[in-house]
Design a protein around this ligand. Sequence first.
Ligand SMILES: *Cc1c(COP(=O)(O)O)cnc(C)c1O
Length: 356
Amino acid sequence: MPSWTRRSIEILAAEAARSADTHLIRLDLPAFPGIPLYLKDESAHPTGSLKHRLARSLFLYAICNGWLHEDQPVIEASSGSTAISEAYFARLLGLPFITAMPRRTSCDKIAQIEHFGGRSHLIDGTDVYGAAEQLARESDGFYMDQFTFAERATDWRGNNNIAESIFRQMEREFDPVPRWIVVSAGTGGTSATIGRYIRYGAARSDGTQLAVVDPENSVFMDYFNSGDASLRLDCGSRIEGIGRPRVEPSFIRGVIDRMIRVPDNASMAALRVLERLMGRRCGGSTGTNLVGALQLMCELRASGEKGPVVTLICDGGERYRKTYYNDDWLAAEGFDVANEQARLEQVIQSGRWVDA
Ligand SMILES: *Cc1c(COP(=O)(O)O)cnc(C)c1O
């Protein structure tokens, strides 16, 4: 084995040993008795999002496959969060890092990539994949390709993946088995890991269902309903990190029990609601997750059922100061957050779902 390979594995193992697990935060909303909401705080990773887990797994996968070598530039197609995490790991390993990203990616994310020594290549349109392939050819680099490899680079049976961590953290709760786990999909890797784990760990996850929320301008939900993997869109999602213009190879339809479409306006308003409930700011996809979780909590309540609903804080709000938390930006994008926020607050007060 090349000494660089051996040393790199050790560096990644040491990084994992320094990392702690992320918190599972419990919220009890009075209108939902017996239906607690749990939020797994993935913003607590050293690079600020759930992509920290993915980036570590992708590097290990590439190195253990013999695909990635000393001094080789690492290239990625990203909407930002993965690029931040991969830039961090590339720097740990002493590798150059370049990412292709949509031009609309928040400038705070671009600054963080630079902070970790990475470079951003901003493109118009949705073909970040082609741009990344071209960058890899030109630089003799290695295209990490999260959208293909996310579902297989993660150890879905365990190894403290996000699903195992959730179920272990729930063990001491009065009601330990989630009725629903609600996630959003970018690569689809998180939903693949959780969905497979629910089936694999059938003894302790019996009764848990996986719901995936999808924003506007994404093909995932139509693919879930139709099975047509050739679906394409030519404009990208406005919720950074989730919703894709093509069916990503890592999106595993068969492990998902249900998909819910969430209007972008509702995702934006949900961020305000979360700020009131938790006193902190989260990223856009966390808003999308919250709307889906609330809808399912209302359904449980309406049918007289009880049980926990678990969702994720995918990243924090600091990255979106100039966009999701900026009233001028929201107005320019045509969002009407105030009415939507009132609707969601009404849902939380009454425990009854109100359609947009
Ligand atoms: C990537 C991402 C997601 C979705 O996770 P996947 O495992 O890629 O499907 C959600 N939110 C944010 C902020 C992300 O960066």
